[in-house]
Design a protein around this ligand. Structure first.
Ligand SMILES: Cc1cc2nc3c(=O)[nH]c(=O)nc-3n(C[C@H](O)[C@H](O)[C@H](O)COP(=O)(O)OP(=O)(O)OC[C@H]3O[C@@H](n4cnc5c(N)ncnc54)[C@H](O)[C@@H]3O)c2cc1C
Length: 401
């Protein structure tokens, strides 16, 4: 039933004769039912709410000329479903979902191919949650309410001769350097920026984008549809109290933020794998109803499901480790690798199975292809994460299998 609803809504959004399921002839069960999730009552209820929300969002008609109207509608539906504030702390009126809660919600939304839509989740404090009381007072409330927006400045231009650095000058810091890939940077009011602090090593510092010496030298979009800016900092004077966390602890501060984004990407990708499994199952059923049987495609489909099962098991295990307060940096990397690489593999296979129709730009597989491609680089390229997992085990004695 759930599957049929999902596919029905999917048809409304992406009408395509080649992928429309045939009447009520689908008897395979929802792929989720075969996986032992060990969810408690509250988590099952959350899964149901996220699933309902996903269905509603999949039925929305995007009006490209009114992106803000669409975002407001999404935000309102998500607030009604009690999903919006899962990413926000209780002290600011949020529901503060656990890692497992967020994985459940994001996976359910991914299964409707809507997890990427803007406005579903409220801004989370991220690094600002670890800022001084003074800095929180100045920025956090306004940030969480959506009054101001922020970006994350980590990646350096490939030709940078020196990493972005800051030197002390009395009660101020003077920042110089550049960040090349700040998502949402064009509209951001501030960028949480990784700098090398002269005497104490890496540090995160909040830099308002309207400070003298901050400039944007390029605005660009990427394949997945998101927008970014590259920043140059020339003798930017910032109060020392803009440091987030202890000076010298910048990399671990940044890594905490990166970890939660990696989990978000992984859960969405696993949801998308479920969406693609459903789509291909419908395609196969439809072909077989017409008398066209293909063992090769059935084998491909079984492979898609097996890979999805593995990636899905991984993200739930990792989410539970995080919730148990365990060191999970390596497991988060493994989850991100497996989920994104599996989604990339599945979308490629699914396109091949469906054929040319899947390459029509508005086809869900074409849009998933673009978005998933970016996830294998964003928040750490796969090879780099593999290399870090090796280092974790061989040099630092951390990481599980
Ligand atoms: C959609 C999107 C959004 C992004 N948003 C942000 C953002 O908000 N803020 C931000 O700071 N950045 C952002 N980025 C940038 C992203 O973090 C980087 O693209 C990513 O970390 C890779 O860095 P790079 O592009 O410099 O490539 P490189 O690090 O140069 O990697 C290129 C290749 O070299 C390989 N490689 C590099 N180092 C090693 C190593 N040590 N061992 C093995 N292989 C290695 C990689 O695996 C990869 O194949 C975003 C990127 C994308 C695609």
């Amino acid at each position: 039933m759930l599957l049929q609803l999902r596919l029905r809504s999917f048809q409304q959004v992406f009408p395509s004769p080649q992928i429309r399921p045939k009447s009520n002839s689908i008897h395979f069960s929802d792929y989720r039912s075969g996986v032992p999730d060990f969810l408690n009552e509250a988590q099952l209820e959350l899964q149901g709410r996220a699933d309902d929300l996903g269905q509603r969002l999949a039925g929305l008609h995007a009006e490209p000329d009114y992106p803000e109207k669409l975002r407001a509608e999404i935000r309102s539906l998500s607030k009604d479903a009690d999903i919006f504030s899962l990413t926000q702390p209780r002290e600011y009126g949020g529901l503060e979902g656990s890692s497992t809660d967020l994985t459940i919600a994001r996976e359910a939304l991914g299964q409707w191919n809507v997890g990427h839509l803007p406005g579903i989740f409220g801004p989370s404090p991220g690094l600002l949650g670890q800022a001084s009381a003074e800095l929180k007072e100045a920025f956090l409330g306004r940030y969480l309410s959506g009054e101001i927006t922020g970006g994350f400045g980590f990646t350096e231009p490939s030709d940078a001769t020196r990493h972005t650095w800051a030197t002390s000058d009395g009660e101020d810091l003077i920042v110089n350097g550049a960040k090349s890939y700040v998502t949402g940077g064009s509209d951001a009011d501030f960028v949480n920026t990784l700098v090398e602090l002269d005497d104490s090593g890496p540090a995160m510092i909040l830099i308002e984008t309207n400070r003298p010496g901050v400039s944007i030298d390029r605005r660009f979009g990427s394949l997945d549809g998101s927008h970014h800016a590259s920043f140059v900092f020339t003798d930017v004077r910032v109060p020392r109290m803009h440091l987030i966390g202890a000076a010298g602890a910048g990399l671990s501060r940044a890594l905490e933020q990166v970890n939660s984004v990696r989990m978000a990407i992984a859960a969405d990708c696993v949801g998308l794998c479920g969406f693609m499994c459903d789509l291909i199952a419908t395609h196969i059923k439809k072909s077989e109803d017409k008398g066209r049987n293909s063992d090769a495609i059935r084998i491909q489909f079984g492979r898609m499901r097996a890979r999805t099962f593995a990636a899905r098991s991984t993200i739930y295990r990792t989410a539970r480790l995080i919730d148990a307060g365990e060191n999970s940096v390596n497991e988060v990397m493994a989850s991100k690798i497996l989920a994104t690489e599996t989604a990339a593999d599945l979308v490629d296979s699914a396109i091949q199975i469906v054929g040319g129709e899947a390459l029509v730009e508005s086809h869900p597989l074409a849009t998933i292809f673009r978005r998933v491609r970016a996830t294998r680089l964003a928040e750490g390229p796969t090879d780099l994460l593999h290399s870090n997992i090796s280092r974790g085990y061989l040099d630092l004695d951390v990481g599980r299998i």
